[in-house]
Design a protein. Structure first.
Lengths: 188, 188
DNA sequence: ATTCTGATGACACATCATGTCATTACTGAC
DNA sequence: GTCAGTAATGACATGATGTGTCATCAGAAT
């Protein structure tokens, strides 16, 4: 038998999410989270840089998948062609929990300034990952940065549309539609 | 004679900037900033929500000017036309200090995770301001959001290019060039 | 004169975040 | 088998952050 209960990080994540739902983000303290997870406060800070981080444990998944897709794309394709072809794969692989979870999480984030700010790191990390991927294919740095920003915009706007209603269209359809509208807007 | 020295907020801003340059952001404490400004720690937190905020005192200027430009634009213009016409005015009104100041400030920000995250609020606030402005003109909400993101992208990328070298082209030229390249990238 | 207002100081306090050392189970070499 | 090494955790101390509350005092309003 292991000395400690397994999955300390996961227990902390779940305890934090539960407490944020029950009491709100600002009203829950790190010692409370640690206690519910059966761990010490110090251990919480070994797994997360701060209280907000417990809500962003999966933030690396999208940038990592994006980097893989770009690295594996045929050399003949330009950045925006790769992106257009990748939407379905990302939509299928990410956001695999129940939609109500993402909506609840979104509500927590919107309730707190610090969390809203923290969330801005997600599109920023996606831009970074995309830009690096495009640059490694030889794309001009400015063009790579622009393509990265345009792609992150499509994701941000699509996810916003997806979360705006429990009955919205599937994310993959929203990504394609937002991409088309982005192109039309850019050339208007 | 006034009871207190004037411009407490400005003195705090300058003291903070000096100390960040001298010692680095992480190594300077709020009591140090307050002492150099001749004020109490409590007064610092009356003017700024946190230590990082002292570096972002001017962050409202660009979104406010953007809102004004949109509100005053002829009703016949679409969002991207307003934006294309507004670059020169923004470049002329903002960033009026010595360029070395913005480069030094940029270096401080890049040196600290918390500051990098804090900086992400600037394009986010610009997106918000632009989106609201476009929506008030009757633009479809999704199109307004997309036009806002595209515009913020042009600003972010242009400012990045401008700060990347002390001898870069003037910001206004970079804005126009980045805008054109963004349009080409979007339709590639 | 009196009252009101607004900025500041002083103090207390909870929380956050980190440094440091001890503890304990698991691992692997011998 | 034993023993040293490693990794995760606990325990404790501490500096920094950020806020609530009340007092103080100059100038404005009346």
């Amino acid at each position: 038998m292991a000395r400690w209960q397994p999955d300390a990080r996961g227990r902390l994540e779940r305890a934090a999410f539960e407490l944020f739902v029950e009491q709100g983000f600002a009203a829950t303290t790190v010692p409370q989270i640690a206690e519910r997870a059966g761990l010490s406060t110090r251990t919480f800070f070994r797994h997360f840089a701060d209280k907000r981080d417990a809500l962003f444990a999966e933030e690396h998944a999208v940038p990592e998948q994006a980097a893989r897709i770009i690295a594996e794309a045929p050399a003949s394709l330009g950045p925006m062609q790769i992106v257009a072809d990748g939407f379905d794969a990302v939509a299928a692989a990410q956001f695999s929990r129940e939609k109500s979870y993402y909506i609840a999480r979104h509500q927590i984030i919107q309730s707190d300034d610090g969390l809203r700010e923290r969330q801005l790191r997600m599109p920023a990390a996606l831009v970074d990952s995309l830009r690096r991927g495009f640059e490694e294919r030889g794309t001009d740095p400015v063009d790579a940065m622009l393509a990265a920003h345009l792609t992150a915009t499509v994701f941000s706007v699509s996810i916003g549309r997806w979360l705006s209603s429990p009955n919205s269209e599937p994310l993959a359809a929203l990504l394609r539609d937002t991409f088309d509208r982005m192109r039309r807007t850019a050339s208007s």
